[in-house]
Design a protein around this ligand. Structure first.
Ligand code: SF4
Ligand code: ZN
Length: 740
């Protein structure tokens, strides 16, 4: 606790208390003790006093009790050097200050001195009940995160306007009051022609610090009205405000004793106080959620000019209060919504594409420290959509950096997987795949309407804030189209993808009694359900069992639900009652059974995201596996694309199944069919990518040379070519137990 702040606040409290006491005595004498006292169009008496004590002030004489109550709260002004500042005393003086301030305003109303008119402008004074209810509902349902009380005067008119605009863009309600040497932020805004009032979410309370008490009165009324808190139950009122009303105070310009005293009152409500001047900081003790008082000297804020400094000042305030920003509308020049999720951009309407056949494209989400991420910063490195010729295929790297007080490394893959769904919501933009097999197509019409790569940043920013605000506070996005840079970054990203893949190694299906579901793809394939067990990744390759567990932790009602295995039906097939029941209920009652270990008997359904598809080749008594980035013909007579057309819509097709690349390395790789020894044909790129690990798996299966016995497109693209090769190499599959 800062001795300086404590001393200033206690001095300020004494001064304002004396003012209230004198004013009350004068008013009693002048108007008489029975003169009514009320804030217009409100039904909560003097709301701070009422909410704290349950005491109703209806006449001047009713103020005698709260005055004595405030006097009792006032600690003595610290004088000797040995006095140790104590937070509790400072907070008490804050509450005494609020009582005194509210009484002063009440007396001013009784005296007819309110609402305040200054320089021809009429201030608002307290917010009326109708408005309080309308905003209160928006706060309770999350449309409006909270309010910012700006007290004093900004560095310049320009800065004042910028601060207000930034707060408005974040959906904050703004209260204005106070002055420094007679000049107030309200003057600054009026001079710049900024419209103030309920309609623009900016409420000018009054020109002095005392009117700041209306902000706390508003919070108190909201707690009584929406928090179901009884007047007098001050503990609940304060808790409600601390956790439900995301408010903070921003002191602009010099802070005097009265401001310190009022700030102490705000802190007792759980509202932190920020100042744009040098004052001592008060670190967390639990009264507010994080820090109590933070000094952010304006000129020390990094930024190229005052406007940028103002923007960062607001950003910092939002962080300290832990406000979760919601963005009502994704600010892009094309329509946005779930209706566009399944949309396809066809060749004749294609402006540009990234990734896909022969292309280079990846998306990578990483977690960073708070000060390494600038929220809402989108950078395009390299040419943008309008720089490429029509139909061009260009490399793209989407790098998303996030930070948040509750963010964890484990959440990275979960958030990264959302990119697919978020981007697909934009009209005229198609997104397929994930990680380093992402593929984006942009339509001519979207680009003609002004859509640029930067807007991908807008889409991700808005959606992460709105849907993952509980863990993500800041998001910045960089879009790379420079080939060399994309190449360099994709290598780094691959290392991370690989780390995520191996993290799960060691965990077995047997060791857990709960699997997880993923129904994220139901917007494309309505009946598709992925069941994810420790030894099999989701078929898109982006979600493993640990990721699903993390996703469930992030959003307990989200698309990844725990699926208790329940009673075992068939151990060998990997069939459990719990899984069957879940799949039945979540596939629109289309799929009745799911086995985890068999390709032939009720395998998992397949959606369009799969990294690979396996298909039986009955003539060879084996299976072939083609990966998404292999465009060759295969011995089953179909390419990857045609195969997707057959099984990709959420179908359950015995003998055909989509799966993640990494599934090939699983000890539970189609065990019912004999595991890796069944594979007679495999895409060349899989052999290369999984190389060494695959060899180990083969060796463990007793076939150390198996990889050389497995054909690929360079060896066979028909069954006729395949069979002699298998025979020549002595592949084990033809002599294994019959597949069918
Ligand atoms: Fe989830 Fe499966 Fe879709 Fe991957 S493929 S996002 S695991 S439903
Ligand atoms: Zn899918």
């Amino acid at each position: 606790m800062s001795r300086f702040i404590a001393t200033s606040a206690i001095q300020g409290a004494h001064a304002v208390f004396n003012e209230a006491e004198q004013l009350l005595a004068q008013a009693m004498e002048k108007l008489g003790p029975d003169t009514p006292v009320a804030f217009p169009n409100t039904a909560y008496y003097l709301p701070v006093i009422y909410s704290f004590t349950g005491h109703k002030v209806e006449r001047l004489k009713d103020m005698a009790w709260p005055l004595e109550h405030a006097r009792a709260l006032l600690p003595p002004v610290p004088q000797d050097n040995l006095w140790l500042p104590y937070l509790g005393e400072t907070l008490d003086s804050g509450v005494a200050t609020l009582f005194a301030e509210e009484m002063i305003e009440g007396i001013r109303f009784a005296l007819g001195e309110q609402p305040e008119v200054r320089n021809g402008f009429t201030y608002n004074g307290p917010i009326d009940d109708v408005q309080m209810r309308s905003w209160g509902i928006q706060m309770v349902d999350g449309r409006m995160p909270g309010f910012a009380a700006l007290v004093g005067v900004a560095k310049s008119n320009e800065v004042a306007v910028k601060i207000v605009r930034e707060l408005q863009s974040k959906g904050q309600l703004i209260f204005l009051c106070g002055n420094v040497n007679g000049r107030s932020i309200v003057d600054q805004l009026l001079e710049e022609g900024v419209e103030l009032g309920y309609d623009t979410f900016t409420v000018p309370f009054g020109s002095d610090t005392i009117s700041a008490v209306y902000a706390l009165g508003y919070a108190a009324r909201a707690a009584i009205s929406f928090g179901n808190v009884a007047p007098g139950d001050f503990r609940q009122i304060l808790l409600y405000n601390k956790f439900r009303c995301f408010a903070f105070v921003l002191a602009l310009g010099q802070v005097d004793d009265l401001k310190y005293a009022t700030a102490a009152g705000a802190i007792s409500y759980g509202f932190p106080v920020m100042a744009d001047t040098v004052i001592p900081n008060i670190l967390p003790t639990g009264i507010t959620q994080y820090e109590h008082v933070i000094s952010l000297p304006f000129d020390d804020i990094p930024g190229k000019d005052d406007l940028e400094r103002a923007e960062r000042l607001v950003q910092r305030c939002i962080e300290v209060r832990g406000i979760k920003v919601k963005i009502a509308k994704v600010p892009i020049p094309v329509a946005y919504g779930p209706a566009f999720e399944g949309e396809v951009v066809r060749r004749d309407n294609l402006q540009a594409e990234f990734g896909g056949k022969g292309g280079l494209c990846f998306e990578w989400l990483t977690m960073k420290d708070m000060d390494e991420v600038e929220d809402g910063k989108f950078t395009v490195v390299g040419g943008d959509l309008d720089a490429f010729e029509e139909g061009a295929k260009v490399p793209l790297g989407i790098v998303v950096e996030v930070s948040g007080r509750k963010m964890q490394k484990d959440f990275e893959p979960v958030l990264e997987r959302q990119i697919h769904h978020f981007i697909n919501g934009a009209e005229g933009i198609q997104h397929i795949g994930q990680r380093d097999i992402a593929w984006l197509r942009f339509s001519k019409s979207a680009v003609a309407k002004g859509f640029r790569l930067k807007h991908l940043g807008d889409i991700l920013h808005a959606n992460f804030h709105n849907q993952f605000g509980a863990i993500v506070d800041k998001i910045q996005v960089t879009l790379h189209t420079d080939k060399a840079k994309v190449q360099e970054l994709i290598e780094q990203a691959r290392v991370v993808y690989q780390e995520r893949n191996v993290r799960i190694a060691g965990l077995t299906d047997e060791a857990v009694d709960t699997y997880y579901s993923c129904t994220l793809c139901q917007s494309f394939a309505p009946n598709h359900v992925c069941i994810i067990n420790p030894e099999r990744v989701g078929l898109c390759g982006a979600y493993n069992w640990l990721d699903c567990r993390a996703a469930f932790e992030i959003s307990p009602r989200g698309p990844n639900q725990p699926v208790p295995k329940g009673k075992v039906i068939d151990e060998r097939l990997g069939e459990w009652e719990g899984v069957n029941q879940f799949v039945y209920e979540h596939s629109g009652m289309n799929v009745e059974r799911f086995t985890i270990y068999s390709l032939m008997d009720s395998p998992m359904t397949t959606c369009g995201c799969c990294e690979c598809v396996m298909v039986i080749i009955p003539e060879a008594n084996g299976v072939m596996i083609i990966s998404r980035d292999d465009y060759s013909m295969t011995p089953c007579g179909m390419t990857f694309t045609t195969l997707m057309g057959t099984v990709g819509g959420g179908m359950q097709t015995p003998g055909m199944m989509g799966h993640g690349k990494y599934y090939l390395l699983s000890k539970q790789f189609i065990p019912v069919q004999g595991g890796i020894k069944r594979v007679v044909w495999m895409s060349q790129n899989l052999k290369e990518e999984l190389g060494e690990e695959l060899k180990e798996i083969c060796a463990a299966a007793g076939e150390p040379d198996l990889l050389d016995k497995i054909a690929d497109a360079s060896i066979a693209t028909t069954v006729e070519e395949l069979l002699p090769f298998l025979e020549e190499k002595g592949h084990p599959a033809p002599s294994m137990e019959s597949l069918i």
